[in-house]
Design a protein around this ligand. Sequence first.
Ligand SMILES: Cc1cc2nc3c(=O)[nH]c(=O)nc-3n(C[C@H](O)[C@H](O)[C@H](O)COP(=O)(O)OP(=O)(O)OC[C@H]3O[C@@H](n4cnc5c(N)ncnc54)[C@H](O)[C@@H]3O)c2cc1C
Length: 410
Amino acid sequence: MTKPSREAVLVGGGITGTLTAHALQQAGWGVTLLEAQHLGAGSSSRTAAGIRQQFSTRETVLGMRYAVDVYRSWADTVGGEVSPIRQNGYLFLFDSEDGWARAQARVQDQRRWGLTEVEALAPGPLVERFPFVDPEAIVGGTWCPTDGFLAPEIVYNDAAAAVRAGGGRVLQGAPVTGSAHAGGRLVAVDTPKGRVEGDLFVDCTNAWTRRVGAVLGGTALPVAALKRYLWFIERGDAMSAEALLAMPLTISPSGAYCRPENAGSLLAGWKHEAGDVSASFTYDDQDTVEPEFFHRSGTEARPFEAWMALAEVLPPLAEFAGISATTAGFYGTTPDHNPFLDFDPQVPNLLRLVGFSGHGAMFGPFTARVAAALAEAGRSLDHVEVLGEQASLAPFRIGRALGGGEAMVI
Ligand SMILES: Cc1cc2nc3c(=O)[nH]c(=O)nc-3n(C[C@H](O)[C@H](O)[C@H](O)COP(=O)(O)OP(=O)(O)OC[C@H]3O[C@@H](n4cnc5c(N)ncnc54)[C@H](O)[C@@H]3O)c2cc1C
């Protein structure tokens, strides 16, 4: 193996860092991945890991079509033995005429953007396919059978294994604590395991990016760290294992969502108002569960509310046996819910791949594709080629106007 002449140093060992390290290595870079704790210790192991192509931004629809392709052909792309994707589909349900009209218009857009399999279904045909939905509780739904969810640990473990097999370094327990600059460029980062020099540096720390960006001398990006919870609802005898395992990721009109975790339980989540703790949260705070969000806090608490909000449109869930566990993590959220995938304007050899706003697991392959193109160019780009089409990078630029943005946020 000849030593690569260009060295990339990636900070953060989640889905973004591992897949991007692999993509850069494939493009001929030598890579070193630095993770403060252990692979997947951040949001990547705490995620619902849904992957959908139903978005309102053309580039995201295209990018997520590409991501589905990569995850489907995992053995060829990353070399893993087991594909991480389960394509059970995504079913968005609507109970207001306004919301339903906007959803139908979006389906037209999505089909025009190449997502030909997405459909808008009236309650009758919808319930024929999904008998667990109450037709009286909805006015329609959108359905994409190629959406689904991921096993995130397969993604980051396989990608890191491929990086190591390709001669790259993956250092765990290696938080980046300082940086060295020369001529306006980053030349090295410091960790307790020593100084690591490089030609290109890549920030893959998402919810941590405000602090890590400062350590790297980069721009202060508007990425808020927002707490999010997941709960596990046990099926009991209310539904067969087969029926549960075949369920799509289903989003109720309230925004509460669920999908099968295994033959015995559903994973459920629901967005709530949360303050930005990006300046202060600790690694351990990821595991802290406030009483209001704990599954043993009774019927007034959020987990029970989420379960009942789901049961309103999915009646069999009312007969489920109970909630058995709570997990938590942080979203790294931008004001327009699109990530930043761009060079830092203050440090010309620092790539920032952060602010996934609850979509970083599905974004992984597209993020890595964009990063490889940017690294090759050595500067910001207007477009990148994806699936033979030009995807504008305008929605992901640092410095873009932050009004508007992605409308399909869960
Ligand atoms: C409850 C919940 C549900 C979600 N549901 C979905 C979903 O359905 N679909 C989806 O696509 N996404 C979802 N997400 C979001 C998704 O999990 C994240 O966007 C994604 O995991 C981000 O991956 P990442 O690699 O960018 O960041 P992370 O996985 O958070 O990795 C960042 C890493 O940086 C490390 N780090 C921090 N500081 C330093 C430092 N100084 N030096 C070195 N390393 C450092 C951290 O330890 C961490 O491992 C969800 C998230 C949560 C919390």
